[in-house]
Design a protein around this ligand. Structure first.
Ligand SMILES: Nc1nc2c(c(=O)[nH]1)N[C@H]1C(S)=C(S)[C@@H](COP(=O)(O)OP(=O)(O)OC[C@H]3O[C@@H](n4cnc5c(=O)[nH]c(N)nc54)[C@H](O)[C@@H]3O)O[C@H]1N2
Ligand SMILES: Nc1nc2c(c(=O)[nH]1)N[C@H]1C(S)=C(S)[C@@H](COP(=O)(O)OP(=O)(O)OC[C@H]3O[C@@H](n4cnc5c(=O)[nH]c(N)nc54)[C@H](O)[C@@H]3O)O[C@H]1N2
Ligand code: SF4
Ligand SMILES: [Mo]
Length: 674
């Protein structure tokens, strides 16, 4: 039988949202390539997705529901039918509701799939149940909060706009790992003569593409931005016309804040030499069309929102927001183009219920009371690996009195602790509508292969659970395709002019955010350097949480090129390319501890101890330790992975995670505990 060819979308939490072309033979995906007709990704895929069929048809895919038959966490399971599994969940939940109320049930989900229907599939059900709500803030809410304090809802430029820039400032972003196609326009700008600068904590995979690499002490970027603003002001490099017409509060920042940030003081805070700060300020201030591209990493600190707020002031002071090169690209925020309440259904809530911040899962499972969390339902997320304070999370998951259900494609670190494991479809096996946070593309995908084994999509599982709980609300009778139609039927200005026939045929099409130069969607209509609605009306430098921690090394838990958070670790070929779970140290830091390349080492702090293999590299500066990737425990040198060293503290605004705001020390040998 000849292979048939089908369009699909990369479902993962990546700004690119690549278009895929999938070859199918005998009900199996046999090849996956990039869709050359995708307007942004243009036929190229990253190495992770090039053989997506190896994930979809992986021999370790879960095939049936499983019930635990041994002690928690040991991986002893036996197959059960969907009917038995669903009935057991309903019965256990009825008992829990009778004893504690429905708030004792906690859903936990994040971004295993980014499709609008499957990602949000549990909301209507858990709302109707009256379960505790989950504040889904593990990724970048502080970035959004800080940025929008200055820019409001002003849409980002087109992601290709920076091709017209003559100075691109990549700030805290490893685009070669996390935004591969975003580099297309950067390379084009470079060909036309643009300079590219990187401001980061270590010289990662994107550094070779950059003309200058500025290494900053983690969590101090706010001071660096204020130092640049100080110099722009002092050197007369500000765009006074733009400031007078379009910026609120420039004078206040100049008089009350900027005098405190001369480059000499900023050097002490940030570790960036005065001459470099001056060179950066001059390059930025003199560029025709400077473009700022802030990543998410620098927002995952106690001061994360404030840091983004100071960065958002930079394009305002040089008038870059008015330039065709675009000024700054933070996120496309395309979620607003869809009536998400059709899926999330807040209206089904029976009354007020408590909200649990997902970054505090460890606390919620071990300390929250009245009622305690008696049942945890995890879907498309792997909190035993990705959530901060792994030791607390694992203590919680080990509770014998916690009824845990995990809906997954693989027996992940989290699924190992479940009472019931439910097999999940991959994106090639279910329908969905995709949007992107790094482009304006949307795309509709159909199932292109039948479900592997007995796996079911998120939406189908919640339909089954709704039936088992006796919920008769019409929404639960709708199919995923009905929900997609509901998202597309209600008009929205960004979707005006979208070619519906092309969308229905599976092609990516672009939204039109109706962006107008010089229209700032803030309450004042101006760029709000001064925002008196916030308790801190002006940006200033706040130190990160870890500033007072005596451990000598700041731990940067950066993204890996060959994985995406804990996804893709199932693929042996990618794991081989990643090598072992490494901790990267500067040669002087290694020497000071008597350590050499390849040594087994332990990183430790007050939260935990983690075994790594040492990598010695001058790409990492003094005072920093870099651990790339969120590994599965079974592929780690020890029994814990990097999040045993990260804390549950939250960001200054937005309730975000602070994965990068932790300090450690390192010693030779294996961990003592656990
Ligand atoms: N290959 C790959 N791709 C991914 C992911 C992945 O894990 N791997 N993750 C996906 C997800 S969920 C997301 S949210 C995006 C995230 O993608 P990005 O927006 O790139 O953000 P981060 O991955 O959080 O961090 C990027 C960089 O921030 C730097 N950084 C950390 N602290 C600081 C600081 O204080 N100052 C400065 N200047 N830099 C700092 C880190 O060194 C790192 O290089 O990528 C997505 N794409
Ligand atoms: N130390 C450290 N920790 C981090 C980060 C970091 O930079 N450093 N990054 C953080 C960030 S930015 C994020 S966004 C989070 C991400 O955290 P998560 O959202 O938990 O992402 P993944 O690790 O990719 O795990 C997703 C899981 O969903 C499963 N899955 C995929 N598709 C489906 C589906 O359709 N249905 C179901 N039921 N399951 C499915 C996959 O098999 C996979 O195991 O991690 C955070 N954790
Ligand atoms: S992970 Fe990102 S770059 Fe790779 S295929 Fe998916 S969307 Fe594209
Ligand atoms: Mo993320």
């Amino acid at each position: 039988m000849a292979a048939t060819s089908h369009r699909s979308v990369c479902p993962y939490d990546c700004p690119d949202a690549c278009g895929l072309v999938v070859q199918v033979e005998h009900g199996r995906a046999v090849a996956v390539t990039g869709d050359p007709e995708h307007p942004f990704t243009r036929g190229a895929l990253c190495p992770k997705m090039n053989r997506y069929q190896d994930t979809v048809h992986h021999p370790e895919r879960l095939m049936t529901p499983l019930r635990r038959t041994g002690p928690k966490g040991t991986g002893a399971f036996a197959p059960v039918s969907w009917e038995e599994a669903t009935a057991e969940i309903a019965e256990r939940w009825r008992g829990i509701i009778a004893r504690h109320g429905a708030e004792a049930i906690l859903p936990y989900s994040y971004a295993g799939t980014m499709g609008l229907v499957q990602r949000n599939a549990g909301h209507a059900f858990f709302q109707r149940l009256g379960a505790s709500r989950l504040d889904r803030t593990i990724c970048s809410p502080a970035k959004d909060a800080g940025w929008s304090l200055v820019m409001g809802k002003t849409p980002a430029p087109h992601p290709d706009a920076c091709a017209a820039s003559d100075l691109i400032l990549l700030w805290g972003i490893n685009a070669a790992a996390t935004n591969v196609h975003g580099l297309h326009a950067v390379r084009e700008a470079k060909r036309k003569g643009a300079q590219v600068w990187l401001v980061d904590t270590y010289a990662h995979a994107t550094a070779p593409l950059c003309d200058r690499v500025v290494l900053v002490k983690p969590g101090t970027d706010g001071a660096l931005a204020l130092g640049i603003l100080h110099l722009l002001d002092r050197l007369g490099l500000c765009d006074e016309v733009f400031l007078a017409a379009h910026v609120q509060g420039a004078a206040e920042l100049r008089t009350r804040i900027l005098p405190d940030y001369p480059p000499e003081r900023v050097e002490v805070i940030t570790g960036v030499p005065t001459e470099t700060i001056r060179a950066l300020a001059e390059a930025y201030g003199r560029a025709r069309d400077p473009h700022l591209r802030p990543g998410n990493g620098l927002s995952r600190y106690g001061n994360g929102a404030m840091t983004l707020r100071t960065l958002a002031c930079l394009p305002a002071f040089v008038g870059a927001y008015a330039k065709p090169g675009g000024g700054a690209f933070a996120s496309t925020s395309t979620g607003q183009a869809f009536p998400m309440q059709r899926i999330t259904r807040e209206d089904l809530l029976p009354g007020p219920v408590r909200t649990v911040n997902m970054n505090r899962l460890g606390w919620a499972l071990t300390e929250l009371s009245d009622p305690p969390v008696a049942s945890l339902y995890v879907y498309h997320s792997n909190p035993a690996a990705v959530a901060p304070d792994q030791n607390a999370v694992l203590r919680g998951l080990a509770r014998e009195d916690l009824f845990t259900v995990v809906h997954e494609r693989f027996l992940t670190d989290t699924a190992l602790w479940a009472d019931l494991v439910l097999p999940a479809t991959s994106s090639l096996e279910h329908a969905d509508l995709y949007r992107s946070y790094g482009t304006y593309c949307i795309q509709r995908a159909k199932a292109v292969v039948p479900p592997v084994g007995q796996s079911r999509s998120n939406w189908e599982v919640f339909q089954g659970l709704a039936r088992a709980m006796g919920f008769t609300d019409p929404v639960f009778a709708q199919s995923a395709d009905d929900l997609i139609e509901a998202l597309l039927t209600e008009p929205h200005p960004w979707r005006e002019g979208v070619d519906r026939a092309r969308l229905a045929a599976g092609f990516a099409v672009e939204l039109d955010p109706k962006r107008e130069a010089l229209r700032f969607e803030t309450p004042s209509g101006k760029v709000e350097v001064l925002n008196s609605r916030d308790p801190e009306p002006l940006p200033r430098y706040l130190p990160p949480h870890s500033a007072g921690d005596p451990h000598p090394l700041q731990l940067v838990t950066a993204p890996a090129v060959q994985a995406l958070n804990s996804t893709f670790h199932e693929r042996e070929a990618l794991r081989r390319r990643m090598g072992t779970m490494a901790l990267q140290l500067n040669p002087a830091e290694a020497a000071a501890r008597g350590l050499t390349e390849g040594d087994p080492v332990t990183a430790f702090n007050g939260l935990g101890e983690v075994a790594f293999t040492l990598k010695v590299t001058d790409k990492v500066p003094l005072g920093v330790a870099v651990a790339e990737g969120v590994w599965w425990r079974r592929f780690a040198p020890g029994n814990r992975t990097v999040n045993a060293l990260t804390s549950q503290r939250l960001t200054d605004r937005g309730g975000g995670s602070t994965f990068y705001d932790n300090r450690v020390d390192v010693r030779a040998g294996e961990p003592v505990t656990p």
